[in-house]
Design a protein around this ligand. Structure first.
Ligand code: GLU
Length: 493
């Protein structure tokens, strides 16, 4: 009987949760759910020089925000703990010393500076910078005598000749010639393990059945397989997820925009949208359907449909997808999100939006145009200020049309009287004016839009008038007409 699926996400606390890491975590999580397995979180924190304070907090926060709950790991514990590698050091040393005793590893006394020079010299000769096995050639007695004298040493893994192959869950058969693989250090002079060694010891100890990780790790896999074999262990299945590229086809990095999960969250991306978007980075359902909830993903996710080809991180698509999720939220929830955004950023005084009903009406009027809360002011900011400062380009268009001021005045006069001041009556009056002026409705509506909102794009103009109310509408139309008559330029915007 096949063993129960156990997968893990194994971040190093060296920085924020990158979207690439989040995608790896998500695929592992989905695979576990799909197969009724267990998703383990393990923290690879043995490289103290690279650990960043608080990085762990950010990673856990990002995973929780995405809804990627781990069944075993930090905060929740579990039967295979501890889940921090820094708390498992004795086990690595013990396993490494076992390899030493069995002849699969050897002591290396080489000075790091010396090794660095040798590596640089090899690279200058265009040769692979492999360890030259100086210490492998030491006589056993000498190696032991130096250790007995207390000379510090690292342990290196003895890479055998031949080749290493595995059947990758994503890429099919992958084969490496061992000749290109180094005798890698498995235990440093400070008794800390290196990544490849600790990962093997832990994946085995934690009964991991499938290692799904980014394909930047593909050349580590043959090394790890050899270590499993030397330790007398059966390797898990491996699957390497395709690289994530930026829109320009280079590896996704900060140059392209936000890359940390929490930065997307702070920028108004919804977790449902982020999850859906990440799922499509290197996986597809049928090439057509794109919208999936987490539960749906957990049902349909398969490794067969993970692509070998790099995935492109398309920021516009994420924005679009966020819009789909955002507009599906109930109005009060959207209004809450807008209010928290306004409060957190302090972009408006609280008094300006404390009228909850008004805020909801404004959010409703903005409707689909808003894909994330921060776009609210772009489409509705003019509702919360006393005076609008029109943008320069639309204002210049109005100035260029001599009839505009007179028309805006007429519209103001009509709207001052229209009764009731309601959507249909306002619309009728406005369109009626266009008819009597023998112009298209747009010739009245566009100038009114610019006068009321300062912009050429806004929610429906009659909704805007209703939100502003009769008094402010009439006042803004008149004010704009007067400024046009005076030929006054718009303030630079
Ligand atoms: N700590 C490694 C990393 O963050 C884990 C790689 C793996 O999944 O084996 O890249």
């Amino acid at each position: 009987m096949a063993s129960k699926v156990r997968v893990r996400f194994a971040p190093s606390p060296t920085g924020y949760l990158h979207v690439g890491g989040a995608r790896t975590a998500l695929f592992n999580y989905l695979y576990a759910r799909k197969h009724g397995g267990t998703f383990v979180l393990r923290i690879e924190d043995t490289d103290q020089d690279r650990n960043v304070e608080d990085a762990l907090g950010g990673i856990l926060e990002g995973l929780k925000w995405l809804g990627l709950r781990w069944e075993e790991g930090p905060e929740v514990g579990g039967p295979h703990g501890p889940y921090f590698q820094s708390e498992r050091l004795a086990g690595y040393a013990e396993a490494a010393l076992r390899l030493l005793a069995e002849g699969s590893a050897y002591r290396c006394y080489c000075d790091p500076e010396e090794l660095k020079k040798k590596r640089e010299a090899a690279m200058a000769r265009s040769e692979p910078p492999k360890y030259d096995r100086t210490c492998f050639r030491l006589a056993k007695e000498e190696s032991e005598a130096r250790a007995a004298r207390g000379e510090p040493f690292a342990l290196r893994f003895l890479m055998l000749e031949g080749e290493t192959s595995w059947d990758d869950e994503v890429r099919g058969t992958v084969t490496f010639q061992n000749s290109i693989l180094d005798d890698l250090v498995i235990l440093r002079t400070d008794r800390h393990p290196t990544y490849n060694f600790a990962a093997v010891v832990d994946d085995a100890a934690m009964d991991i059945t499938h290692v799904l990780r980014g394909d930047d790790h593909i050349s580590n896999t043959p090394r790890q397989i050899r270590i499993y074999e030397a330790l007398g262990l059966t390797p898990p299945r491996f699957g390497h997820l395709p690289m994530i590229l930026g829109p320009d086809g280079t590896r996704l990095s900060k140059r392209h925009g936000a890359v940390s999960v929490t930065a997307f969250r702070d920028d108004g991306i919804l977790p449902q949208a982020m999850v859906n978007f990440l799922a499509l980075l290197g996986w597809a359902f049928d090439g057509e359907r794109e919208m999936f909830t987490m539960d749906e993903l957990a049902e349909v996710f398969t490794l067969e449909r993970v692509s070998k080809n790099p995935a492109i991180f398309n920021y516009e698509k994420l924005d679009w997808m966020n819009g789909e999720y955002f507009r599906a939220l109930p109005l009060p929830v959207r209004a809450d999100m807008v209010a928290s955004y306004l409060r957190e950023t302090g972009s408006l005084p609280e008094a300006a939006y404390h009228d909850r009903r008004f805020l909801e009406r404004a959010v409703e009027a903005v409707g689909d145009r808003m894909k994330r809360p921060r776009q609210f002011l772009e489409y509705a900011g003019y509702l919360f200020v006393d005076q609008v400062d029109p943008e320069a380009a639309p204002w210049a268009e109005l100035l260029a049309k001599p009839m505009t001021a007179a028309r805006l005045k007429k519209l103001a006069a009509l709207l001052a009287e229209v009764d009731p001041f309601e959507h249909d009556a306002i619309e009728k009056a406005t369109r009626g004016l266009a008819v009597s002026e023998t112009v298209k409705a747009g010739e009245v509506i566009m100038p009114a839009r610019i006068a009321l909102t300062g912009k050429k794009v806004s929610p429906g103009i009659f909704d805007v008038m209703l939100l502003l109310g009769r008094e402010r509408t009439v006042q803004r139309l008149r004010h704009a007409a007067e400024r046009l008559e005076a030929g006054s330029p718009a303030p630079a915007s």
